[in-house]
Design a protein around this ligand. Sequence first.
Ligand code: ATP
Ligand code: MG
Length: 384
Amino acid sequence: MKTLLPGATLGVMGGGQLGRMFVHAAQRMGYFTAVLDPDEASPAGLVSHHHVRSDYLDEGGLAQLASLSDAITTEFENVPAGALARLAADVPVAPGAEAVAIAQDRAAEKAHFTRCRVPCAPHAVITSEAQLAAVGDELLPGILKTSRLGYDGKGQVRVADRAELRAAWDSLKRADCVLEKLLPLAFECSVVVARGRDGAMVNLPVQRNLHRAGILAVSEVREGCVPAAQAQRAIEATKAIAQGLDYVGVLCVEFFGLADGSLVVNEMAPRPHNSGHWSIEGADVSQFELQVRTLAGLPLTQPRQHSPAVMLNLLGDLWFHEGRERTPDWAGVLALPGTHLHLYGKASARPGRKMGHLTVTGADAAAVRATALQAARLLGIEPF
Ligand code: ATP
Ligand code: MG
């Protein structure tokens, strides 16, 4: 494929906030953009040059996106792999349908990690009554997760014993699942890599992540935020996972750090990731620019983090106080040094809905953290 220079049109499947930030990065670099999303008020559709309003499997919509675009990427992993394969018949698509299909299925994903010799949590695939009955005691207590379509902790049930496991599987309508042993986490972290068509790879530094109720709440990125040996292993493992998929695009892999110094892979996302949003202001190349570069076939340069950064997710909960709707104290937050507010243009706030994020950068890691804690207090986010 030849390099697509600015002036070309880059397409994206999905119109959520990740698509919106991809569109922003592409437009800044002089590209035109096309978004396919059924929602007429989707965050990315609102800011794109072209917005194809159709279902992800609608032939007319896919044909229109393909005719508008010189290359197409995806912004969420639940785009039907069949749709990506269909688009690839007409235009270059990255990442490819096979890689996305693996990331869509926890069982396939874990098999891939194992093939790449990256350890994952002890687990068992549960697709039948017999597999449920055969689960070993060593996997309990555990977390039962649907193999497909889970996000932000949805489709997951913590189970203490066999009786709860059975009830949980029933509650998930006996969908294909993976039961994972519940691990004692010392910390969580993630790594974003970008891989070009020529196999060249670059990475962002390791991000330390705090989840609350299964949803990412805070990412911190600074020297020493993750023990050096585990950080190094996380970067190497992420590169091996991308390499093993012959991946083209931006890939994020999430890890669990355990107290004994070991590192276990959790899952991967075939796209930029919430935990990499800090890179827009904290690094000289953001994860969204990396997505543009890999899609267009432009050279990849190793991103350099120039500022310690803390990212706070702004969930819909912040729009409510004591049962009443309110506007979060944006003016108060923006009066703090080094704060960067991102709102995704979603019309209505709901608890747990990702409405935006706030990144804090500065020269000094301790000061950045102190400012982020001040911002959290103003917004009603629990301290971390
Ligand atoms: P997302 O796609 O938003 O990252 P998800 O719904 O796919 O989330 P997971 O990443 O599987 O869910 O899990 C969400 C969180 O639940 C993890 O970040 C971690 O905090 C916790 N968790 C998941 N699996 C385990 C485990 N085996 N042991 C301990 N904690 C776990
Ligand atoms: Mg996750």
